[in-house]
Design a protein around this ligand. Structure first.
Ligand SMILES: [Zn+2]
Length: 158
């Protein structure tokens, strides 16, 4: 098991990611507790919200188009050569995290627009794994954070 202190070190800007999974000085458990209560209030599970996002990314990742339309959703992907390592990785020098269902979208960023309700949101592909398997939406001070309420509204789950 990786300690909370080690995870927080990995999540700071400039460690595992240039911009960080947490803002400077942010505490992991404060963030995860906050988001846990948001989901609880919405009556949503991590699996459901991550699974819905997973479906939209899975539908677009094989299609080599700039924009993919799935129902009311417009999905744009930005693809990268490298991949973002999950901070929970047990052997970060050798392999990507294998917890839960593992990482499917470590090399993309996404932007999804719901045309019906005219809202957009963007985030990293890794968030599917972070939410589903680590119950983490990233820190309030991270530019990669995907706000759980905004995500639920975008996906019409709230
Ligand atoms: Zn992981």
């Amino acid at each position: 098991m990786i300690s909370i202190e080690e995870l927080e070190r990995r999540m700071q800007p400039g460690a595992y990611s240039v911009k960080g999974f947490l803002g400077v000085g942010e505490k992991l458990t404060v963030i995860t507790e906050r988001d846990r209560s948001v989901l609880k209030e919405l009556g949503l599970s991590y699996e459901l919200i991550a699974g819905r996002l997973d479906e939209l990314l899975a539908a677009s990742i094989e299609v080599r188009k700039e924009k993919v339309v799935v129902g009311q959703f417009e999905i744009r992907l930005e693809r990268f050569r490298g991949f973002q390592l999950c901070p929970w990785s047990q052997e970060p020098d050798f392999q990507q995290c294998k917890m839960g269902s593992g990482v499917q979208y470590g090399s993309i960023d996404w932007e999804i627009t719901n045309r019906k309700i005219k809202r957009s949101l963007s985030g990293p592909g890794l968030i599917v794994h972070l939410v589903r398997d680590h119950h983490f939406f990233e820190g309030l001070g991270s530019p990669y954070r995907v706000d759980p309420l905004q995500l639920a509204q975008l996906l019409e789950l709230a």
